[in-house]
Design a protein around this ligand. Structure first.
Ligand SMILES: [Zn+2]
Length: 330
């Protein structure tokens, strides 16, 4: 199928770029341009959900060049219109990366780990900056060594490379318990996966398989368990086979950390039926996206996401055939 092969091609390109340093033969393009989006003046944003102290921590931004293959059923003109409708630049697709630290019941929990300054845009017209999480965490008064638990939504580079030292793959958080969705873990660590993947996607799987199964502090969890007191896994497959959101509940308040279920809300929440190349199974991703957003609206939760406009927190409402995010301003 043309759509699938195009998607694989794009994913191959992105993942090949993401895995630089491990497979130099694929390290074709370095970003030719500088970052256009200024970093936030303050790289962290703190708020309360009941008794939970939540901190959005800025990790970087992917300024993604426009690409007609970005969505199988939306044109670049439609993408630009959707960005303009949300008041965003139309020069590129702005994809900020935010991770979240939740302090609840005396436990310090990091939700995803950012790109660790190891994700590179494959397209020379794009810019990919990551790895600012550590400095911004310290600026927020959070000692990374005190992180006890890390929840991982899925194994894409911009969510897990922050767990791995750049050259050695040594664990950045050797003393934290890393809780991952079992479906995601099984898919990526299956040795037979490598040969089933398109060539360009293999370095990511190899890196995962080389490092993560050897770590003693990784705990795969099935289903929608309460993985730490007050935080529950929410299965939202499609973006990847085990893609997972995190539900925070304290008192009468709730927060849905939606991970990549609606990655750029200006595009994927406003147009939930758009099928993106970064969704491995776009039909399943759309089903998960609608289910998650409908739940957030029905239960009057706050919502945040890994690639929401900084500071990453907002409220979602129905808007015609799609959903509209009102961003919380810092
Ligand atoms: Zn992502």
């Amino acid at each position: 199928m043309l759509t699938t092969s195009r998607r694989d091609l794009i994913l191959s390109a992105a993942v090949a770029g993401a895995a630089l340093g491990l497979d130099k033969s694929l390290a074709i393009a370095a970003p030719a341009r500088g970052q256009k989006t200024p970093d936030p003046a303050k790289g962290f944003f703190r708020y309360k959900i009941g008794d939970a102290e939540c901190t959005g921590v800025y990790d970087g931004i992917w300024e993604k060049a426009h690409d007609p293959a970005c969505f199988s059923n939306a044109t670049v003109a439609e993408i630009k219109q959707a960005l303009a409708d949300a008041g965003l630049t139309t020069a590129f697709v702005p994809i900020p990366i935010t991770v979240f630290v939740i302090k609840l019941h005396g436990k310090l929990v990091l939700c995803d780990a950012g790109g660790g300054n190891q994700v590179q845009a494959f397209n020379p017209e794009s810019v990919f900056v990551s790895g600012k999480m550590m400095a911004n965490m310290r600026a927020a008064g959070i000692d990374p060594k005190k992180i006890e638990t890390i929840l991982i939504s899925h194994f894409h580079p911009d969510h897990i490379f922050g767990l791995l030292e750049k050259k050695t793959n040594a664990p950045v958080f050797p003393n934290a318990e890393i809780i991952v969705p079992a479906a995601e873990y099984k898919w990526w660590t299956d040795p037979s996966l490598i040969t089933r993947l398109p060539t360009g996607r293999r370095p990511l799987a190899r890196r995962i398989q080389t490092a993560i199964p050897n770590w003693k502090n990784v705990l795969p969890v099935e289903g929608e368990d309460e993985v730490v007191p007050g935080i529950r896994f929410v299965s939202a497959p499609g973006h990847t086979p085990g893609h997972t959101a995190f539900h925070v509940s304290s008192g009468n308040e709730q927060l849905m950390i939606s991970s990549d279920a609606a990655y750029v809300p200006a595009l994927c929440a406003a147009h939930p039926g758009w099928h993106g190349v970064f969704d491995q199974n776009a039909v399943a991703a759309e089903t998960s996206r609608r289910k998650l957003l409908d739940r957030v609206i029905a239960d009057k939760m706050m919502i945040c996401g890994s690639h929401f406009p900084w500071p990453g927190l907002g409220k979602i409402a129905r808007d015609g055939a799609g959903y509209a995010l009102t961003v919380h301003t810092s």
